[in-house]
Design a protein around this ligand. Structure first.
Ligand code: KE4
Length: 428
């Protein structure tokens, strides 16, 4: 494949933007080579600036559950933009989106719209501390909740990929109140609550992890987590930025029958535009200014274009739910990738929830960061480029999940499986 134009654009970008990108996750740091510069997306496909076409399994890291440039989302944006792009004042569209979120996620009684998943988690942490009057926060290694200073410790996603979980610039002062535990480890959880009884404001968790690759919690771990936080007056924050509207319209919590106190959302809820949200128990959310005293604000929060996109995608997901179709093609892709890895004789394991999944170059089982981080990253890099050169665009890191959209056809899945068979057969 010719990547000449990509190379020229990326070279120029490096002179102007750190690493030539506006987010490290897309820098190809884990797979080597240079990022592919994208010109356009349509349905399940991306076209790069050199005219190469790919079946896309990143989907903008999750938002594109209906595929790129969905007519209903594009139409809603076109409609909204003619009325102006931002007012800094309430609009009815914010009511419509808030109502859709509250109807979709049972545990959300009140919601605040923000501009990113990071803003959502940062704000949820602050509200939890304000509501409980406590300082300590628990997170899990390999979980990524955005680039919030207090949570950027033992993070997943790009942090893990670039192996800088403890980023320079994150001060001891901002992380001294953050406790890092191992995912799926009930004993550690119990010990932490014994050691810090009465001092833990919140536990924040990816209810299905995407950011160390796809890692699934045990039912016992989740039920222990919910009961111990309830007993201790600690708020449980479900970070559903990735899983919200992805694994089910009601999020992972609707599949797991867990009622968190707060939920954070992003990605799909904004239809691919900059929009996040946090919400949950009304008594907790009423602590947020101006209802309460916990400060949180944003010039573009509830932006009319982003809310239009969010409304369009959620109405489409509600009225014509794609989840059965997504389940069928996701199961087929998983089956095909597993068979290809087995036939290639490569140590591997696999995890999938709905249309998010990961093929680990790791004999597994992968249940936490300690195991996920043992994956063979060289093999992953060869898998990534072998597929990219065959027109299949996978997440550029072992520590990410791939996403399938409702626009992917059964033919796309079979093409992908064939490309994976050829690629994996070449890897030793
Ligand atoms: P944003 O601030 O990037 O909108 O959301 C942060 C975030 C919060 N919580 C979870 C569970 C997330 O997965 C994310 C962001 N995910 C990564 C990809 N795994 C974003 C990609 C990037 O940083 O470019």
């Amino acid at each position: 494949m010719n990547h000449q134009k990509s190379h020229e654009i990326f070279t120029a970008a490096q002179a102007m933007m750190p690493g030539g990108v506006n987010s490290p996750a897309r820098a190809f740091g884990a797979v080597g080579g240079e990022p592919i510069v994208i010109a356009s997306g349509s349905g399940a496909y991306l076209t790069d600036v050199d005219g190469n076409q790919y079946i896309d399994y990143i989907g903008s890291w999750g938002p594109m559950i209906l595929g790129h440039a969905h007519p209903k989302v594009i139409g809603a944006i076109q409609q909204a933009v003619t009325r102006g792009t931002s007012f800094g004042a309430p609009t009815e569209a914010e009511n419509v989106l808030a109502s859709l979120v509250i109807d979709a996620v049972e545990s959300i009684e009140k919601v605040r719209l923000v501009n990113s998943g990071t803003e959502a988690t940062m704000s949820a942490i602050r509200v939890a501390r304000g509501f409980t009057g406590r300082d300590l926060i628990v997170k899990f290694s390999g979980n990524y909740h955005g680039h919030v200073d207090s949570l950027l410790v033992a993070a997943g996603s790009a942090a893990a990929t670039l192996s800088v979980p403890d980023s320079p610039g994150v001060t001891e002062g901002t992380t001294k109140d953050t406790i890092i535990l191992s995912y799926n480890d009930i004993e550690q959880l119990k010990n932490a609550f014994e050691q810090h009884e009465g001092r833990i404001a919140a536990v924040i968790i990816e209810p299905v992890v995407g950011n160390m690759g796809c890692v699934i919690p045990s039912a016992e771990f989740l039920s222990s987590l919910r009961s111990i936080t309830e007993q201790q007056g600690t708020l449980l924050i479900y970070d559903e930025v990735m899983t919200g509207f992805r694994v089910a319209y009601g999020g992972a919590q609707s599949l797991q029958q867990i009622r968190p106190d707060l939920t954070t959302l992003g990605k799909i809820v904004g239809g691919g535009l900059p929009l996040g949200a946090y919400g949950g128990r009304a008594d907790v959310m009423n602590y947020v200014l101006p209802a309460g005293k916990v400060f949180q604000a944003g010039t573009l929060s509830g932006n009319p274009i982003a809310t239009a996109a969010g409304i369009a995608i959620l109405q489409q997901l509600r009225d014509e739910p794609p989840y059965e179709y997504l389940e069928s093609i996701s199961a087929r892709l998983a089956e095909g990738l597993l068979a290809a890895a087995a036939d290639a004789g490569l140590p591997h394991s696999f995890a999938r929830v709905g249309s998010m999944m990961t093929l680990f170059f790791n004999p597994g089982p992968v249940s936490n960061w300690d195991t996920s981080s043992q994956s063979n990253l060289d093999r992953f890099a060869r898998y990534f480029w072998g597929l990219a050169n065959r027109g299949v665009y996978m997440p550029c890191s072992q520590f990410e999940a791939l996403f399938i959209s409702a626009a992917h056809t059964t033919e796309d899945i079979e093409t992908t499986i064939q490309a994976a068979r050829e690629t994996l057969a070449e890897i030793d």
